[in-house]
Structure formats: C-alpha cells, structure tokens
Design a protein around this ligand. Structure first.
Ligand code: FAD
Ligand code: FES
Length: 348
C-alpha cells in the first residue's frame, strides 16, 4: 500500500506570475515514474490535513519536477507559490496514475491551463523515445502571460521539427487567426479538425484540464475516435478540504452499524460499522485507519481496493478502467454498501 515519504525541494522556478515549478529529491521511497503520473502531497493547514495531487511535468531523465498553478483562494497551490522555500521538506506518496499508458505513433493532446503538466512529460518522453512518433498539442490559456511552459514548448517545436506542433488558443483574443482566439468551444474544435488537425490520422488523444473544457473536447472527439483512443486526466477543481470532510461525516441519516464492512489493511482485518450514506473510505478514516486517499472525488484512484464480497454502489468513477471494475476493484471514497456485509481488501 502506498505510504507518504519526505521529499526535499531542491529548486523553485517561477514559471509565470501565478505558477511555479518545483524540483524534488526523494529522501526515501521509490519515486520512479512513468510519464503522465502524479504525486499526492499532504500538508497540515491550521491543524487539519489537506491532500492534493500534482502531475509530474518532467521526464524520468530530467528528475522529479511538478508545476503548480496558484488558484484564487486555493490553500495548497497558494502555499506552494508564495511560502515554499528551497530546502523545505514536503511529504508525498509515490507516483500513481495511468494517464500516459496508451501512447501511439500519431498523438493529439488537449491541455487547458495547468493541465499541460502531465502532457509535457508525455510529449517529451514520447518524442525522445520513438523517432517515428508525432504529437499535436492544442493548448488553451487565458493569455500569453499565463501560459505555462511556453518557451519550453517552443524549444520542443525546434528540436522535433515536423513531429511536434502546438496550437495556442488564447482567451484574451491576442491572436491573428480568429480560430485561435477566445474560448475553446465545439465550433472551434470542428474548425481545428477542418484544416489544422488531421483527426482521421490520430491514433490516441489525451485531454487534461478544467472540467468544462474537457467535456467539450471529449464530446467533440467522440464523434471521430473510439472510447479506447481517449485518455483523460481530470484536474478536479473541488477536491474536498476541511469543510467537505466534516459535511460527509455528518451526512448519514441512518444509524451507523446497520451495515458492516470488513476492511483488510496492511494484513490486519477490521470490522467497521457502516450505513448507506457513509463511504467505505470515510468509515475507515473514522476508525482511525491509515487508508490511502487523495481527491475523495472518484478521480485519482489512490483509494482503490478490491471488493472481496458483498455489493457496493460506486457513485462516481473517473479513475478505474472497465477491466479493473470487472476484476472487482472499487474506489472506496465513492463506494457505499448495498448489502448488509461487505469485505474490502486494500492489500489486494
Ligand atoms: C490527478 C490530478 C493532478 C493534478 N495535477 C495538477 C498539476 O500538475 N498542477 C496544478 O496546478 N494542479 C493540479 N491539480 C489540481 C490540484 O490538485 C488542486 O486541485 C489545485 O492546486 C487547487 O488546490 P488548492 O488546495 O490550492 O485549492 P482549494 O483550497 O482546494 O480550492 C480553493 C478554491 O479554488 C477553487 N479551485 C480549486 N482548484 C481549482 C482549479 N484547478 N481551477 C480553478 N479553481 C479551482 C475551488 O473550487 C475553491 O473555491 C491536479 C489534480 C488532480 C486530481
Ligand atoms: S481518493 Fe481519489 S478516487 Fe478516491
């Protein structure tokens, strides 16, 4: 089961006015990663723990780097942008996720804002590893100034001439070509496929960014590609913090104990009282078990476990593949018991 390890911040580079790139050196644990994976950090703010995911933006050869964009009022991202110092120690779980698992020869990427981070890692690794591979990146941002890794992408264009193309879409209209100015919408997407991106030749597409953009791109691409050709990473904008955590604990109307979960964790079995409104993860955390989690929203798969017996309702799943669900894996943060007894194995 994944555990937290200390990492030293060895460099902080200001990427834009509101984004930093951190170089990290693990002090323990195995932090080898595949392009597209992310780290889950934990940190206490005012005595309460927050967990946040950040995608690795570098290649394995470059070392471990993450890019963090400050969101307004955002607790962890503001801390990383304003307070974090070189030499500080952060705690994170080893890399997770499978966003970059299905690379093909002809790839298309859509990134919105900080959604560029895993794509940058995937693009660099793919183009370096396979000289026949190509990538087209459509990258949406508010303005030139807020565009992360703009110079690095330009350098990649020069380095991989003819194999890497980037199309910047800027909301503030500072573009000569009308198609590239304003927000990325369904019409613009079809405009791109009508002359700029040969969608018929694309074998694999990657989408990462804020939810509204991802929905537009996903539905536009679905008309041209099969579901298995789409790889999606959602940068959820409402990962629970302190308030949401408390609300979930108070939300159960039925008495705790009407249902029961047997949870296997680190080789030890625990019997936990449950009710239909309490997720398996919440029951484990309430019992002070060190069960793994990060987003608590069905997006990251950190809380994955195997359902050994009984039935659950998984209220959201944007992280597990169909074959994993068929094998009995569940996201415990989203799983609510449907039978009186369930058995869940975090070690399985
Ligand atoms: C798998 C995964 C990988 C991620 N990788 C990266 C990455 O590489 N770089 C990166 O910068 N972020 C990344 N994120 C997003 C990141 O985990 C946090 O959600 C983000 O930094 C905000 O956390 P916070 O604690 O600062 O804000 P919070 O305190 O959680 O939020 C404060 C307020 O800001 C709003 N808000 C939160 N997030 C966003 C957002 N993304 N856009 C707009 N408004 C928002 C909330 O609705 C809330 O009102 C990733 C998320 C996931 C799930
Ligand atoms: S904690 Fe992220 S999917 Fe459950």
């Amino acid at each position: 089961m994944p555990r937290f390890h200390p990492l030293e911040v060895t460099d902080i580079r200001r990427e834009t006015d509101s984004a930093v790139v951190l170089s990290l050196t693990p002090k323990s644990g195995d932090f080898s990663f595949a392009p597209g994976q992310y780290l889950t950090f934990r940190k206490e703010f005012d005595g309460e723990e927050l967990r946040r995911c950040y995608s690795v933006c570098s290649t394995p050869e470059e070392g471990l780097r993450v890019g963090i964009k400050a969101v307004e009022g955002g607790v962890f991202s503001s801390f990383a942008n304003r307070e974090l110092q070189v030499g500080d120690i952060l705690e994170a779980m080893p890399p997770m996720g499978a966003f970059g698992a299905k690379i093909a020869a002809k790839n298309l990427g859509f990134a919105g804002g900080s959604g560029i981070t895993p794509l940058l890692s995937i693009i660099k690794s793919t183009l370096q590893a396979d000289e026949k591979a190509s990538f087209i990146l459509v990258y949406a941002n508010r303005s030139v100034a807020s565009t992360m890794f703009r110079d690095e992408l330009q350098d990649l264009k020069d380095q991989f001439l003819g194999r890497f193309h980037v199309i910047h879409i800027l909301e503030d209209n500072a573009q000569d070509i009308e198609l590239f100015a304003g927000r990325l919408d369904a019409e613009k997407l079809e405009g791109l496929f009508d002359g700029w991106v040969n969608i018929g030749a694309v074998e694999q597409a990657f989408i990462c960014g804020p939810t509204p953009m991802m929905e537009i791109v996903k539905s536009g691409l679905s008309a041209h590609l099969e579901p298995f050709q789409l790889s999606i990473e959602q940068f959820l904008s409402d990962q629970p913090g302190r308030a949401a955590q408390k609300a979930e604990s108070l939300g159960s109307a039925a008495p705790r104990g009407a249902l029961q979960a047997t949870v296997l964790l680190d080789g030890v079995s625990h019997n936990l009282p449950l009710d239909a409104e309490t997720s398996v993860l919440q029951a484990a955390l309430d019992a002070k078990l060190d069960a793994p989690y990060a987003c608590r929203a069905g997006v990251c798969s950190t809380c994955k476990a195997k359902l050994v017996s009984g039935e659950v309702e998984m209220r959201a799943n944007q992280a597990l593949e169909d074959y994993e669900v068929e094998q009995g894996y569940i996201l415990t943060c989203q799983s609510h018991a449907k039978t009186k007894k369930i058995v869940v194995d975090y070690d399985g």
